[in-house]
Write a protein that binds this ligand. Structure first.
Ligand code: 13P
Length: 250
């Protein structure tokens, strides 16, 4: 059975003290036994302390980015080896904010994916169409191309370390969520796209998360869909009560 996962992408929020406070609240309030793997992604500077803080819990820590090179003169960047060395096991790649604001291309994301997998980081691979793509009926094409050009270069064996996160750009931070039916329709298409390229077994095993304005009020209905295996949560991951409610909705 494939894994249920709820991940919180904290983006550029929470300083050191606020990170510790939120983690403490999560440790206190999250159910000790849960069907879902919980992952949190604080900013780079708070990753090491988060790992230390969560040592005796089942909560995992993700980075929000990684550089594609092993090391070198890349002022301001962080390598996969550095992440592993502080105990980080996951990395979010391909997020629409990285694509849109920081101009990350599919080719660059593919490079980052390869580097991350080489260092045994599990990749949370984000992708999703913009509003104009959906309005023109091009959303399936866009998603297929993002998968093909950013991810499908990996070896079959690497799929055990890949989580997919479908995040329609028009639903991120807007309060507008894809309807459960829209999410299911796209997730089914994504699984079929993986099946065509890598076979049934991998397609059935890979967890596909939905992201975009998931809240306690809508989580249960979205998570109830057959091909939705959890969520990648932005705004609602910054409040312990909301995040816990979303985790328990699974
Ligand atoms: P929101 O939940 O704030 O819409 O953000 C989703 C997201 O971008 C998670 O990566």
């Amino acid at each position: 059975m494939r894994k249920k996962i709820v991940a919180g992408n904290w983006k550029m929020h929470k300083n050191a003290e606020q990170t510790e406070d939120l983690l403490n609240e999560l440790i206190a309030k999250l159910p000790t036994v849960s069907e879902a793997q919980v992952i949190v992604a604080p900013t780079f500077v708070n990753l090491a302390s988060a790992v230390a803080h969560l040592e005796f819990t089942t909560i995992e820590v993700a980075a929000q980015n990684v550089h594609q090179a092993e090391s070198g003169a890349f002022t301001g960047e962080v390598s996969a080896d550095m992440l592993k060395s502080v105990g980080v096991n996951y990395v979010i790649l391909g997020h629409s904010e990285r694509r849109a604001i920081f101009k990350e291309t599919d080719a660059l994301i593919a490079n980052k994916v390869d580097t991350a997998l080489k260092h045994e980081l599990t990749v949370i691979f984000c992708f999703g169409e913009e509003l104009k793509d959906r309005q023109t009926g091009n959303h399936f094409n866009v998603v297929e191309n993002q998968l093909t050009d950013g991810l499908f270069q990996i070896e079959k064996e690497s799929w055990a370390n890949v989580i997919l996160a479908y995040e329609p750009v028009w639903a991120i931070g807007t309060g507008e969520t894809a309807s459960p039916e829209q999410a299911q329709e796209m997730h089914e298409f994504i699984r079929e796209t993986v099946r065509k390229a890598f076979g049934k077994e991998i397609a059935e095993e890979v967890s596909i998360l939905y992201g975009g304005s998931v809240k306690p009020e809508n989580a249960k209905e979205i998570f109830s869909k057959a091909d939705v295996d959890g969520g990648l949560i932005g705004g609602a991951a910054l409040k312990a009560d909301d995040f816990v409610a979303i985790v328990t909705a699974i």
